[in-house]
Design a protein around this ligand. Structure first.
Ligand code: SF4
Length: 463
């Protein structure tokens, strides 16, 4: 099982697989040096990144995240403004403070390698960290993989073991949608009730509730900041932040005067998603849902639910999040949430599926209708490629979140018009199809910026 607190992790933009995961890996490497009492013997450190990390790492701030991770920073605690400043200081001084304890020389040009030729065996998002002593003897070498959503693994058995260990701890274990639905029927419970009880085996119920509300608070803050902040996004594409301007244009239809049945409410839904993803693109604080690139879809739909429906309190918000996390778990277990593995289907596609299911649940859907909403959303995201222009999480990512959010609301409504019992394609089948489609996809469309929109000539300033 995957806990809701692993799925929705508070981190920083622009990418969970290329920023959050690599920072965690670098941090973990230094922790290992400390554990093995090797830290003070280190004279030189070398970082090598592979595959999609190497291709789009600069635009996704992978290099910055790794150097800051080596200095003992973690994505949920670091001040987003500190990251670029400290990165520049490391480069200029040619010194790095390992684990924030041990200062050594570090020449970024020769010791940080973007390996565009090779791949590590388990996943395209591979990283290798090597530490040497004064005699140039290798002290420690470790390979990590950032497998999407900020999750990292070190070896083949890592995830499998983790899943098995944790599964036995929960009262309602499930790997597939069919198992999840069967549990709901067998115990006469809603999806969110099962997930809540699973979570409450590891923490007190109060801690679970507070933890979820804290995640939602951070999501809301990212909407608020994004709706106020003007200017241009970093990276050289000169993309202008649009959310505040869009709000100006929506003054004719203020949120407080319209209802969810009016089309104008969808304009606001667009704004919420764009606001979050502009924050993400700026390297600010966001929540992986299930990734950073897709961080805007779920908060936007949740905020829409709160803004345009009556009587949405903490319980309703918590149930929404629990339902979404159940759907994300199914994709994480049955397919992938890594764009480097399956394209944007695994990011915005999954986010849209989660949000559609959560919204269907919020509107009173049965478990079949909720599963149907999740299925429809993925069915109409199959084949969605990842081709970010300039390797930056901006074009098409920001608008794509808005489209994913609007799609989710539409799909939730559509799913509620039918029982969901006579579907030709089940949620499990579409998850499997998404994985197969991802495997068939040319690597140019899997977060390498080698194809699609990324090949169109735009004014990209190298940074
Ligand atoms: S195109 Fe989709 S998967 Fe690729 S970086 Fe953008 S949001 Fe992420």
């Amino acid at each position: 099982m995957i806990s809701i607190f692993e799925l929705f992790s508070i981190g920083l933009g622009p990418s969970s697989s290329h920023t959050v995961g690599p920072m965690r890996a670098a941090y973990a490497f230094c922790q290992e040096l400390i554990k093995m009492e090797l830290l003070t013997q280190v004279n030189r450190i070398q970082v090598e990144i592979f595959g999609s990390l190497a291709y789009t790492g600069k635009g996704h701030a992978t290099n910055k995240a790794i150097l800051l991770g080596l200095e003992n920073n973690l994505p949920d605690a670091i001040d987003p403004d500190y990251l670029p400043k400290r990165y520049e200081a490391i480069i200029a001084s040619k010194k790095i403070n390992l684990a924030n304890k041990y200062l050594i020389d570090f020449d970024y040009e020769t010791q940080f390698i973007f390996n565009l030729k090779d791949l590590l065996p388990l996943h395209t998002n591979g990283m290798r960290f090597s530490a040497y002593d004064k005699q140039n003897k290798l002290l420690l070498e470790k390979e990590f993989y950032s497998i999407g959503g900020g999750f990292i693994i070190t070896g083949k058995d890592d995830l499998k073991q983790r899943a098995q260990e944790k599964k036995s701890q929960y009262p309602y274990p499930f790997d597939t949608a069919a198992e999840l639905l069967a549990l709901c029927h067998q115990h006469n419970k809603k999806i969110w009730e099962l997930i809540f009880e699973n979570e409450a085996t590891l923490r007190s119920p109060e801690t679970v509730r507070k933890g979820i509300l804290h995640i939602v608070e951070v999501m809301e803050q990212s909407i608020e900041r994004g709706m106020k902040t003007t200017g241009f996004l970093p990276g050289g594409l000169n993309v202008r932040r649009r959310a505040p301007d869009l709000i100006e244009k929506l003054k004719e239809h203020p949120e407080s005067t319209i209802s969810h049945t009016e089309v104008a409410s969808l304009d606001w839904l667009n704004v919420y998603a764009i606001a979050v993803n502009e924050e993400n693109a700026a390297g600010s604080r966001v929540v992986t849902a299930p990734t950073n690139g897709a961080a805007g879809v779920l908060p936007a739909v949740l905020h829409y639910y709160k803004a345009f429906y009556n009587n949405v309190g903490d319980d309703e918000v918590i149930n929404f999040m629990l339902t979404a996390s159940a759907i994300a778990t199914l994709y994480k277990k049955g397919a992938s949430i890594s764009a480097a593995e399956v394209g944007c289907q695994g990011e915005v596609g999954v986010a849209s599926s989660m949000a559609a299911a959560a919204m269907a649940a919020a509107l009173g859907g049965t478990v079949e209708q909720i599963a149907s909403a999740a299925e429809i959303a993925m069915e109409h995201n199959l084949g969605l490629t990842c081709d970010p222009v300039g390797g930056l999480v901006q074009i098409p990512c920001i608008e794509r979140n808005a489209i994913g959010a609007v799609k989710a609301v539409n799909i939730a409504r559509l799913a509620l018009l039918e029982t969901g019992q006579y579907k030709k394609i089940s949620l499990d089948k579409v998850i499997e199809t998404m994985l197969r489609t991802g495997r068939d996809m040319n690597h140019h469309y899997k977060e390498t910026s080698l194809g699609g929109l990324a090949k169109i000539k735009v004014n990209v300033i190298e940074c």
